[in-house]
Design a protein around this ligand. Structure first.
Ligand SMILES: [Ca+2]
Length: 175
């Protein structure tokens, strides 16, 4: 499906055969990094609400909030800012890999990269990347830039792939 077809499908409100649900209107595209406060135990950031370029917006009735972002190439990026209290955290993403060759991407927490991936081979539906949680500790309250991108710029062995659809990132306080 090219992006014009997607737009047509969204604007026509066509029903999705899988569930019969109509998609709500697509989210307004962010013009700058959205800012979040982490409080309590958990924070979920929808990929489609991040400030992004080089991703295709995907409408999917089974995705959280009915939309997700598909990573297209090396220059794809999506960012958000989060104020975290001091503590230890774990991040996972909800993802859909189209094939065994399209299963990985990097999540940056400020300057640190974490390679996220789900089941290998992929299970063919959305799943959490619980096999590769990104764990980090902040000694003091910290404003973090969270960034989704394909590659690890410091370590080519941890580069990702094109094609992963990313639904949301979920942060959990573990300590
Ligand atoms: Ca989503």
């Amino acid at each position: 499906m090219d992006s014009r077809d997607l737009k047509k499908r969204i604007s026509s409100g066509e029903e999705i055969p899988a569930s019969g649900d109509k998609l709500p209107p697509p989210p307004v595209r962010a013009g700058e990094a959205p800012k979040y406060e982490f409080s309590g135990e958990k924070l979920q950031i929808e990929a489609e609400n991040m400030y992004y370029d080089g991703f295709q917006l995907v409408g999917d009735a089974v995705a959280s909030k009915s939309y997700a972002l598909k990573l297209l190439n090396d220059s794809s990026w999506a960012i958000a800012e989060v104020n975290f209290p001091a503590g230890s955290y774990e991040a996972v993403a909800n993802v859909l890999a189209p094939s065994a060759n399209h299963t990985r991407f990097n999540l940056y927490v400020n300057r640190d990269s974490y390679l996220l991936y789900g089941s290998e081979p992929p299970i063919g539906k959305y799943e959490l990347t619980t096999r590769s949680p990104a764990s980090f500790t902040l000694d003091v309250p910290t404003t973090v830039t969270v960034k989704i991108q394909k590659n690890d710029i410091k370590n080519a062995a941890n580069n990702g792939h094109d094609g992963m659809t990313i639904d949301y990132i979920s942060f959990k306080k573990i300590k």
